[in-house]
Write a protein that binds this ligand. Structure first.
Ligand SMILES: [Zn+2]
Ligand SMILES: [Zn+2]
Ligand SMILES: [Zn+2]
Length: 153
């Protein structure tokens, strides 16, 4: 089984190679920046991170690179924030996400157990299910604690 989070230059290089992508300095920088994210990041956020790390990569290049990488399935593009795509470097294979609407925490759900249910409901409608996506929006434990904590501080 592949490591859950790709990190470091070697694995970024390897990841690009397995997708048949030419390894360029910009692609490596973008992938490495994304690998450092616990949750997800927008193109803007990746761009400002690269700039603060003294990497000279243009915003347009970051947008283009992320779009290409998500098209090829290297990174996930998450549409849970209105008007803005968030990107995440996840493990390989079919999975889903839990998303905290309050703090952007993203949890990767490796085990998908909905095929049996899906097959049943699809069959009821004469469908053969070939693929599915599922994004779950909610509130993470830390944010729930913050809202239920006593206000006397
Ligand atoms: Zn993912
Ligand atoms: Zn949260
Ligand atoms: Zn699934």
């Amino acid at each position: 089984m592949r490591a859950r989070r790709q990190a470091g230059q070697d694995s970024a290089t390897e990841l690009l190679a397995t997708k048949g992508l030419r390894v360029t300095r910009q692609r490596l920088r973008v992938l490495e920046a994304l690998a450092d994210e616990r949750d997800d990041a927008t193109a803007q956020q990746i761009h400002s991170r690269l700039r603060s790390g003294d990497q000279r990569v243009g915003l347009a290049t970051v947008y283009r690179t992320l779009a290409l990488l998500s098209e090829l399935g290297v990174v996930d593009a998450l549409a849970h924030s209105p008007g803005e795509l968030c990107y995440r470097l996840c493990g390989a294979g079919h999975h889903h996400h839990l998303f905290c609407s309050s703090c952007h925490r993203v949890v990767e759900l490796i085990d998908c157990d909905i095929d049996a249910w899906l097959e049943e409901v699809a069959t009821d409608h004469g469908f053969v299910a070939t693929d599915h996506q599922l994004e779950v929006t909610g509130v993470c434990a830390a944010c729930r604690d913050a809202t239920t904590a006593p206000a006397s501080r």
